[in-house]
Design a binder for this molecule. Structure first.
Ligand SMILES: NC(=O)c1ccc[n+]([C@@H]2O[C@H](COP(=O)([O-])OP(=O)(O)OC[C@H]3O[C@@H](n4cnc5c(N)ncnc54)[C@H](OP(=O)(O)O)[C@@H]3O)[C@@H](O)[C@H]2O)c1
Length: 381
């Protein structure tokens, strides 16, 4: 049997830490962060019941690195690397041959390169290749359901200077009518624009202001490393589809309450083949939950499982660069083993055909129209 491990961490300090330590609910966030910083990584659940279409099976473990997104980006890098290395050592002791990096464990530092160099006998993958694949699949499918064709659409990628966002933009630029790169600094956007421009169908525009970047976007993929929401109700064009891949989420919960004319979907959630169960470590009668449907997992975890099922114990996606070739290869392996995009969820609820119809009707009635806006910078073809 193939064996893998996957590192997770609290996304919402109060909610996630309170599952293990109920007192956390009553502590101020700063105190909570002080407390969890002192805790060593631990195994929180086993992964059982995964069975590929090929008949191959695997087992795995979820290992928690008790740091919040804010701590990952503010604590000294050496401390964070040490914690990740501890996670890797646990995985090795459990017998895993590959370890995947969930959420901010791959955002931090050099995207797993240092970690891989410090761990012997285990491969490391960020999972970003399959995350790119599923983000694009979700955004395009969501747009179709809203009656928006990619070839006619203005696509905006928020966090386009990053690992996942950069490659999403590179791939989508080949088919979209127009592409907008949105981020917080021009240098990172310019680096992505260089990659994107050779494939793009039209001018590549760059924005460091989210409101400007989204004003005429029909399809949005948002995948920043921000710890707070960056997309607010007033930023989104009526009738647009927003695929939020970031954890913690980029789209403000206010959007759910205030904009019934836009479709927001969670990106990067995948249906796993077989009958996946996540018994808690030490309490096998209780199931661990990611907060979405049983039998589904994050795309980055799915990439780790796919590689394990293949017996490909190699550093498949490491560092910040993700190539189009890697995305294509992991997509085809996902198909082979029976992993596929899960039905849509929006703000913790399943998206029904009725919901989409309501959004379409509300967008049709909306008085909000948009005009094409001036980019901060653009790369002509
Ligand atoms: N759903 C899944 O399966 C899955 C899998 C993996 C990762 N993720 C999530 O995906 C996100 C990004 O991961 P990544 O590896 O691509 O990270 P990354 O390489 O660090 O890229 C993040 C990008 O976001 C930009 N950014 C940060 N704050 C911003 C803000 N306030 N406004 C605009 N842009 C901002 C960063 O700008 P700078 O260039 O200035 O730093 C950077 O370019 C994270 O939230 C992670 O948890 C989800």
């Amino acid at each position: 049997m193939q064996r893998f491990a996957f590192i997770i961490h609290p996304i919402d300090a109060k909610r996630d830490v309170a599952r293990k330590y109920p007192i956390a609910r009553y502590l101020p966030e700063a105190l909570l962060e002080q407390f969890i910083k002192t805790r060593d990584p631990m195994t929180v659940a086993a992964v059982q019941g995964v069975k590929s279409n090929t008949g191959e099976e695997l087992e795995g473990w979820l290992i928690a690195c008790p740091l919040t997104p804010r701590q990952f980006v503010t604590l000294p890098l050496d401390f964070v690397y040490h914690r990740l290395e501890q996670c890797g050592q646990i995985a090795i002791e459990l017998g895993a041959s590959i370890i995947g990096l969930g959420a901010f464990t791959s955002v931090v530092g050099d995207g797993g390169i240092t970690l891989a160099s410090r761990l012997k006998g285990i491969a490391v993958t960020t999972g970003n290749s399959y995350t790119v694949a599923t983000a694009i699949q979700g955004a395009v499918k969501g747009a179709e359901l809203m009656g928006v064709a990619l070839r006619d659409a203005t696509v905006a990628v928020v966090g386009a200077g990053g690992s996942i966002g950069g490659t999403c933009a590179e791939i989508l630029a080949a088919d979209a009518a127009s592409i907008s790169l949105v981020g917080r600094g021009l240098p990172a956007l310019e680096a992505t624009a260089e990659r994107v421009s050779s494939r793009a169908r039209s001018t590549v525009r760059m924005f460091t202001d989210v409101a400007q970047g989204l004003r005429d976007a029909d399809i949005v993929i948002t995948v920043t490393s921000a710890v707070d929401a960056v997309i607010l109700p007033e930023h989104i064009k009526s009738g647009a589809v927003v695929c939020d891949v970031a954890r913690p989420r980029d789209v403000s919960t206010r959007v759910a309450a205030e904009r019934n004319d836009v479709l927001v979907i969670e990106g990067g959630v995948v249906r796993v083949p077989g009958d996946m169960r996540l018994p808690k470590y030490g309490k096998p009668d209780e199931q661990f939950s990611f907060g979405f449907e049983p039998g589904t997992a994050y795309a980055c975890m799915s990439e780790t499982m796919i590689l394990a099922l293949e017996g490909r114990y190699e550093n498949f996606t490491l560092g910040k660069e993700v190539s189009v070739h890697q995305v294509e290869e992991i997509s085809s392996l996902a198909d082979r083993h029976g992993f596929h995009l899960e039905g849509f969820r929006s703000f913790e609820r399943a998206v029904t055909a009725e919901h989409i119809e309501n959004v379409r009707n509300a967008a049709h009635r909306s008085p909000l129209t948009t005009t094409c806006n001036e980019p901060e910078s653009s790369l002509p073809l």
